[in-house]
Design a protein around this ligand. Sequence first.
Ligand code: ADP
Ligand code: MG
Length: 246
Amino acid sequence: MTPSRSEIRVSGLHKSFGDNHVLRGIDLEIRQGEVVCVIGPSGSGKSTLLRCVNLLEEPTRGQVHVGGTELTDPDVDIDAVRRRIGMVFQQFNLFPHLTVTENLTLPQRRVLRRGKSEAAKAAAENLRRVGLAEKADAYPSSLSGGQQQRVAIARALAMGPEVMLFDEPTSALDPELVGDVLAVMRMLADEGMTMMVVTHEMTFAREVADRVVFMDGGVVVEDGTPSRSSATPATTAPATSSPASS
Ligand code: ADP
Ligand code: MG
């Protein structure tokens, strides 16, 4: 089998906020179609890492490549690169005064300059993908948290991203609503989407991820295949590797 190309490549990434040296030399590669779950204690830098991958934060040092383009190149067209990266947050960030369809069409029209009918078509298609076709004209406040998060995923998908980043997408949800959101993410994984997922959902990580990356103190302390037989994968001590010395 020919190895697929590298979709996300992070090398020697450091990020400081003032005196707070949060990311301390991250090296990470995610190949096309790979699903990588990122786990680790609160404050270990998981969100900061994701935010550096789509330049919501500017790295202090190091490189980030997405699809062969260096985001950290000062001459890069950041908006063009961001269009290739979908991001889903813990908070769904839907516009409350817009319908579900309008939430999906607005960024397509503003950012991609799509026409009305093309944007509406992509909206309908992606609402169907997440199982919410019948909510097209609903307002976010009438939806459950799980449905709102699926709308947020559909909104990101409607932009046609090459890569999807998820930052604890189910952490704000009531437990009974988590499964539907994970099912949509599982479908995306099965379809071959390249995904980087910060999550505490260990069953999802074990069953869906190709690799689980464990972060602590701003470094990757373990990066390996999830143990599908173990109840506590990737929380054990590193078996072979020590923190990357970069
Ligand atoms: P995690 O997602 O693993 O919980 P974060 O990446 O959110 O960790 O945070 C890691 C550290 O970076 C924390 O100490 C946090 O206070 C700090 N931090 C994150 N974002 C900012 C910011 N915009 N300004 C200042 N400090 C920040
Ligand atoms: Mg976080």
